[in-house]
Design a protein around this ligand. Structure first.
Ligand code: HEC
Length: 285
């Protein structure tokens, strides 16, 4: 090798090493940023409710209201969502026109609750469980289902049921994922509607206080247990139906189930539940 080509080779190696070093130095650890948020968020809730163990926040308002908890425990002895879970199971295994079924789209027999929500790097968006179910349907030539209630909520309830106890660990590992997370966070803290209230205003600041006939739940645990059979609805509904309801209650425009805003909000809210476990479906007033 000539002296010139050795010099060129050395230069090339030097450049490669330099790029590697500067890339790793510049790489932002998004997960660490999220983890810091989670610690702050959970510490705030723990300060408000020092006697409640972290895991118990998965029970929503019943973690902080012992009287309501007693009635709820009685309701859960004959869970009103049982029928929905059975119907969800049948729908999960029911053959499509092409002979395949939802079961073919999900590994682990469908016990996949804690794979969602996740940020799909290729699609550049948050994918929720309900979205993945609808994706499977449309990929197989079937019609997508209503994102608020009915069959979609039932299938989601079945998947949640067979996934009970799975630990929540939402990952945020890229700039694009972090952007979606920040959008969800912004949605959570932004004031809106005629009452000019934020989700955080009620579910952080006023958590534990009475609002008409209800005690406001802490936001920690909000996404662990959906879908929910609400006695008020008389049926099972999705998390996004609840989001829409809370938006309406403050005179803000409810968004469509599975809209990007609600998926980002679910992504943020579920990340805040990191360390808790999925325990859906559940019953609520
Ligand atoms: C004016 C106060 C208020 C605001 C603002 C509000 N909520 Fe609620 N929310 C409630 C009340 C009251 C309930 C029913 C009792 C409870 O917290 O479980 C509820 C219930 C919920 C539940 C169901 C909890 C469970 O255990 O099943 C979720 C999830 C939720 N809200 C999310 C949100 C989000 C996200 C926002 C912002 C878009 C929001 N809420 C805004 C008052 C509010």
């Amino acid at each position: 090798m000539s002296r010139l080509s050795v010099a060129r080779l050395l230069q090339a190696v030097f450049l490669i090493v330099l790029t590697m070093v500067s890339n790793s130095a510049l790489a932002v650890n998004y997960q660490a940023l999220v983890d810091a948020d989670v610690r702050k968020f959970q510490a705030y809730i723990h300060k408000e409710f020092p006697d409640v163990r972290t895991a118990d926040f998965a029970d929503g308002v019943y973690a902080i209201d012992s009287q309501a908890r007693k009635q709820w425990k009685e309701v859960e002895e004959f869970p009103p969502y049982d029928l929905a879970v059975d119907e969800g199971k049948a729908l999960f295994n029911k053959p499509f026109a092409n002979g395949k079924s939802l079961a073919g789209c999900f590994p682990n027999g469908g016990a996949v609750r804690n794979k969602y929500p996740y940020f799909d790097e290729k699609r550049g968006q948050v994918v929720t469980l309900e979205m993945a179910i609808n994706d499977c349907l449309t990929a197989n030539g079937e019609k997508p289902l209503n994102g608020m209630k009915g069959d979609l909520a039932k299938i989601s309830a079945y998947i949640a049921f067979i996934s009970r106890g799975q630990p929540i660990h939402v990952k945020v590992e890229s700039a694009a994922a972090y952007k979606a997370y920040l959008k969800g966070k912004q949605f959570f803290y932004a004031k809106r509607g005629q009452l000019n209230m934020s989700c955080a205003g009620c579910h952080m600041e006023y958590a534990g206080r009475q609002l008409r006939s209800e005690i406001i739940s802490p936001a920690l645990g909000h996404t662990t247990h959906f879908p929910v059979f609400r006695l008020k609805w008389g049926e099972i509904g999705t998390l996004h139906r609840r989001y829409a309801g809370c938006n309406e209650n403050i005179g803000a425009k409810p968004l469509a189930a599975q809209s990007e805003e609600y998926r980002d909000l679910e992504f943020f809210q579920t990340a805040m539940c990191n360390g808790l476990s999925f325990n859906g479906p559940a019953s609520r007033k």
